[in-house]
Write a protein that binds this ligand. Sequence first.
Ligand code: PLP
Length: 383
Amino acid sequence: MIYIIMEVSKKARSISASITLAISAKAKQMQQEGTSVINFTVGEPDFNTPKYIIDAAKFALDSGLTKYTASAGILPLRKLICEKLKRDNGLTYEPNQIVVSNGAKQAIAGAISALVDPGDEVIIPVPYWVTYPELVKMAWGTPVFLKCGEDFKISPMQLQKALTPRTKVVIINSPNNPTGAVYSEAELRALAEVLNGTRIWVISDEVYENLIYGDVKHFSIASCHERTVVINGFSKTFSMTGWRIGYSACAHEVAFAIDNIQSHMTSNVNTMTQYASIEALGGTGGAKFLSEMVAEFDRRRKYMVERISQMPGVSCNTPDGAFYVMVKTDINAEHLLEQAKIAAVPGEAFGAPGYIRFCYTVSMEDITEGMNRLEQFLKQRAT
Ligand code: PLP
C-alpha cells in the first residue's frame, strides 16, 4: 500500500478527497440497506431537462452530427453565447473569445491553468465551492483564503489587505455555492475598484445567475473589471447537469490559452450536447421552464428558512440565489445522518466549520419530512 502511495504524484497527493461525495455515499448505502434517508446533499436541480432540448439532441444524432467539432465549440453555439452575454449581462465578446467546455467545472479548470503559474496566489472567499482550492493546487498555485463576513461576502477593504505582489487571480462566485449569497452591483463595483489598474484577474463563476429570488438582480463583475474570465453553464439554468456543458468568456489571449489546454485534454464537448444547447439558449421554451423552476425553488427556500428560524440551536441567512441554505450550527453532519437520517454537507467541505449546507433540490414533501426530523433531533438534543 505504501509502495502504491509513493507511486502517485505529489500533485495527486495534494488533492483532498471530496467530503460531499463521502457523506452522499454513506446516505446512499443507508438507503440501499432500507433506511429512509432525506438527502439534502445533491447540488443539482430535481427537474428533468426540458423535452425540447432532449428532442434537439435526438435530432442531432439522427442527422449524423456525431463527429468531432472545433475544440472551443461549434460556431453557432458560440455566437448564441455572445448574444446571451450581450443581452443578459451587457458584455461584448466575439465568438473566438468563447470556449465551450465540459461543464463550468472544466471552464474554471481551464481558466486557472491558463492564468496561474507555480507560486501565484489565488484569493478564494470562504465559504467556497469545494473545487476551487483543489484546482488551484493542481496548477501549483497557492490558495489564499479570505473569510467572508456574516453576510457571506468579502469587503473591498478585506480584499485590498489580502493583495500581495504574487496575487494573480480572485475568484468571485455570485450567486454563491454554498451560501446562496448574491453580491449587488454596487458591492461588485467596489471590489472591482480595488483591482482596477492592477494585473490581477477575476474568475467570475456565474453558474447560478438565473437561480435568483425576489427583487435581487445578478450583475457580472466583468462589466467593470476587464481582466475577468466569465464562467457560466447550462447545468443549473436548464437542468442539464449530466450533459456536461459550460463555457468561459474572456480576452482573446486567455481564451486562446484555455482552448489550447482543452484541445489537449478533452477536445470538444460532445457534439449532440452542443447542438442541444443551441436549442436551450436560442429556443423559445427556456423562459417558461426557468420561471417555473425558480418559483418552485423559491417556495422551498422560504419554507426551509422559516422552519429553521423556529428551531433551537440553528440559524441561517435567507439565501438570495442558488439552491442552498447554509445553516449555522454545531451539529455534526455524521451524527445527523446516523441519528436523524438526514444527509447534509458539513461546512468543513467549504472551509467553514460550524455550518452545514442543505440543498433544496428535493421535493416539498421530503423537505417537510426532513425539517420535521431536524426539529425533533434538535429538541431531543436540547433536553
Ligand atoms: N461552480 C459552482 C459554484 C458550482 O456549484 C458548480 C456545480 O455544482 C459548478 C461550478 C460546476 O457546474 P458544471 O455542472 O457546469 O460543471
